[in-house]
Unconditional design. Structure first.
Length: 249
């Protein structure tokens, strides 16, 4: 019975995370922490989390396509530059020990809390007056791929900021490219975790069912223009998990 409750809980957590990820980012801070708290070591939790991400973004890309919101050629070109970094990052995350990974995760999560509090998503709607150095997007994609392969948590924020401020595109287009890019680099990253035996398929598929539902729901909301994330609940959840990972209580 306890096993079934865990799977049901992962579905619920995945649904919330999928919705948050499609509209902004940071959902993996919840799912990755939940997997660690359920007894998985950091490498296996990190690998298992990729199953949910894969299905979530696959469904999100499909939903954008059905709504006739897509630029697959451009998304693919951007995503290609993330692949080398994602592979390197995934390999590094497996080699780092459990304690250090959890410390890094906790620090990243606290950083996400402050970014949510002091840099709300509406701030993205104000263009930065800088030169149109659009070539910067390619090294940015490599760095984002590395970070995504290593830990993933909060990569949505990095992608949104890079795509919006460098390419000067709308938030709807940002989200459209974002889900495709994450989908593509998740494939080689997941392969690295699979080959090293760092995936729990039962937990991963339960999570994937939730993130797929949340991603589908999130696309519907994004296209309608309603980017309403339950900000305070997310902040409290992330903060509590970060403190727990640091062993403060």
């Amino acid at each position: 019975m306890i096993g079934y409750l865990k799977l049901l809980l992962l579905f619920g957590i995945g649904s919330i995370a999928g919705f948050i990820n499609v509209n902004a980012g940071g959902g993996s801070s919840i799912t990755l922490s939940a997997l660690i708290f359920m007894g998985l070591n950091s490498a296996t939790a990190n690998g298992t989390n990729r199953i949910g991400l894969l299905f979530q973004n696959l469904l999100a890309v499909s939903s954008f396509r059905k709504q006739k919101v897509h630029q697959f050629k451009r998304s693919f070109i951007l995503a290609i530059f993330t692949l080398p970094g994602a592979i390197i990052g995934a390999i590094l995350s497996i080699k780092i020990n459990n304690e250090w990974f959890q410390r890094i995760l906790a620090i990243v999560m606290i950083g996400i809390v402050f970014s949510i509090i002091f840099s709300p998503s509406k701030g993205l709607s104000m263009p930065i007056k800088t030169a149109y150095n659009k070539w910067l997007i390619y090294p940015a994609m490599f760095g984002i791929g590395f970070y995504g392969g290593f830990i993933q948590v909060g990569v949505g924020f990095l992608l949104m900021a890079s795509l919006y401020h460098i390419l000067k595109i709308s938030l709807l287009q940002v989200n459209m490219h974002k889900v495709f890019i994450i989908l593509l680099y998740t494939i080689p990253a997941l392969y690295v975790f699979m080959k090293t035996g760092n995936v729990n398929w039962l937990y991963g598929l339960a999570l994937a069912a939730g993130t797929s539902f949340g991603g589908w729901w999130g696309v519907k909301v994004a296209i309608k223009g309603g980017e309403k994330v339950i900000r305070y609940i997310l902040i409290i959840a992330i903060f509590v998990m970060a403190v727990k990972l640091l062993g403060i209580f």
